[in-house]
Ligand binder design. Structure first.
Ligand SMILES: Nc1nc2c(c(=O)[nH]1)N[C@H]1C(S)=C(S)[C@@H](COP(=O)(O)O)O[C@H]1N2
Ligand SMILES: [Mo]
Length: 517
């Protein structure tokens, strides 16, 4: 008796059919989970919960590799990875179920239950956030049962030619399609039309009591391809551990300042808006930015100096750090001194004239001039605990990054682009240079290892922002190597020592190769 005849006789389905049933059932479960989560609470999405737990549990090297490989698409890469694992697991469970009745069903239900429990451990958990995962597991189990029953029934029927097999395939494909559609609709509903996005649209920001100093004439150079002096909100890099952008209703927002203080302070959104606000241009950089990379941007921030709030709380004399916490459980440890000195560390509500975009921390985030984001720029901030570095650690400090993170002196060539060719003749080299908190006094450019030449430096908006620079270049045909370095007002020259981003920021000279023809 041939193998397939044996299966037919026993009423068992082929491994391939069982695997297809399992994968389709897994997709249906995933779709149900995403739809229910979109209706219930975005943060209860099973995908987001598993992804968030993986992000928090991953060793530092895995995260650094993910950012190096996928850049700001690292989250999409993670979700695709989870999807692939889900399909594979579904296929395996389908085969299990076809061999040992109930094993696949029980496993699907158990996975739903485990993810449900995991959901309750996440920072944004609510009382019912386990529901989407549980329903997803139950739906997958039920779908697997029905699909296999159908496949088995068809195997037992007298041979009806190709029609019966096609019947199963249509059912399996239909189940998978419904699952994928629900998952897509669920995530679009979640991203596009949250009530908080609508609330944000309606907000009119108060005017700053202290407006930003005027942008000096000539600060923005007219060089096509050069990063604009102010980075538009839609182009501003985004880095955070949130798979789903947290949605915080301003009416529910509270900031609590506590810990080593004489008086606890609590602040509501309306109270914050009524305070005399400060507007300030600040360049923000991610510690993961590679030399020459794009994880840096400049914006006009509107907010209230954290210094004033801390003065009301009156920190203890031996406190030296403020641990800020976000609505989604991220934390950053910021030196107390940087929040109380005259640099105007802000509790920010506005970015380039608009309320903070949801992805950039709506309704309230921190912006501390001179510090990398991971130790200072907490988005969706809700809690400031005054403490000490020897008592408390921020999210990334527990994962191998330095406790303190001042932004290093850096410069970048934006024009020409490495991958674009250059036409021979008179052209221009241009870029940006920054060390927020310290003015840039010069940028130098080196062509093909020759002498360092002074670039033209545009007037700076402030010490806290990047400056644009340019240098004319008569480009000869052939391959050329271009390099830049910045000099800061305190006299130091950007180091050529190559350092990786971990543990406290990349260094080295941005070097590009271009072909002139
Ligand atoms: N809540 C929260 N805030 C956060 C982070 C985060 O993961 N979660 N990442 C920090 C890091 S590492 C950086 S570089 C900045 C980036 O801010 P942006 O996304 O607005 O550019 O946000 C900081 N604030
Ligand atoms: Mo960062």
């Amino acid at each position: 008796m041939s193998e397939s005849a044996q299966h037919r006789q026993a009423g068992a389905v082929t491994a391939r059919t069982a695997a297809a049933a399992g994968a389709a059932a897994a997709l249906l479960g995933a779709g149900i989970g995403e739809i229910v989560a979109a209706l219930l609470a975005p943060s209860s999405s099973p995908f987001a919960v598993v992804g968030g737990a993986l992000i928090d549990a991953a060793p530092a090297w895995a995260k650094d590799t993910a950012i190096a490989w996928f850049g700001t698409s690292d989250k999409i890469a993670l979700l695709i990875g989870i999807g692939i694992v889900l399909l594979a697991a579904g296929a395996v469970l389908g085969i299990c179920e076809s061999r040992w009745t109930r094993s696949g069903l029980i496993a699907f239900a158990a996975i739903g239950g485990i993810v449900g429990i995991l959901t309750l451990t996440r920072p944004e958990a609510s009382l019912i956030s386990w529901l989407p995962s549980l329903l997803a597991g139950a739906a997958a189990a039920m779908a697997l049962h029905l699909l296999l029953r159908r496949a088995t029934a068809e195997q037992l029927q007298p041979d009806t030619g190709g029609t019966s097999r096609r019947g199963f395939l249509v059912w399996a494909a239909g189940t998978a399609a419904v699952g994928v559609t629900m998952a897509i609709v669920g995530s679009v509903a979640r991203a596009g039309s949250t009530a908080v996005a609508t609330l944000r649209e309606a907000i009119r920001l108060p005017k700053a009591a202290t407006p930003a100093s005027a942008v000096p004439a000539g600060a923005a150079l007219d060089v096509p391809g050069l990063a604009p002096l102010f980075t538009p909100n839609d182009d501003f890099y985004r880095i955070d551990t949130a798979l789903i952008v947290p949605t915080v209703d301003p009416a529910d927002w509270r900031l609590r300042i506590h810990g080593m203080v004489a008086h606890e302070v609590e602040l509501t959104w309306d109270e914050l808006l009524a305070l005399p606000l400060v507007e300030k241009a600040v360049t923000l950089s991610c510690v993961s930015n590679q030399v020459g990379g794009g994880l840096v941007g400049n914006a006009l921030w509107l907010g209230y100096p954290i210094r004033e709030l801390l003065a009301k709380a009156h920190p203890d004399a031996d406190a030296d750090m403020v641990l800020s916490t976000s609505a989604d459980g991220f934390t950053a440890g910021t030196p107390l001194e940087t929040l109380t000195d005259d640099r105007d560390a802000l509790l920010a509500i506005g970015m380039n004239g608009a309320p903070l975009p949801l992805a950039h921390g709506f309704p309230v985030r921190m912006v501390v001039p001179g510090l990398y984001g991971y130790v200072s720029a907490t988005k969706w901030v809700t809690d400031l605990e005054v403490t000490r570095f020897d008592r408390s650690r921020g999210y990334w400090t527990d994962r191998g990054w330095s406790a303190e993170g001042p932004i290093k002196l850096q410069s970048r060539i934006d024009v020409p682009r490495e991958r674009n060719g250059v036409d021979a003749g008179d052209t221009v080299i241009a870029g940006v240079a920054w060390q927020p908190g310290t003015a840039i006094s010069a940028v130098e450019v080196q062509i093909d290892g020759g002498t360092w030449q002074q670039a033209e430096l545009a007037p700076a908006v402030s010490d806290d922002t990047w400056v644009q620079w340019r240098m004319p270049w008569r480009a000869d045909q052939g391959d050329h190597v271009l390099r830049c370095r910045a000099v800061s007002a305190d006299g130091s020259t950007q180091t050529d020592a190559v350092a990786a981003p971990a543990p406290d920021g990349a260094t080295g000279w941005h070097t590009i190769s271009v072909t002139v023809s």
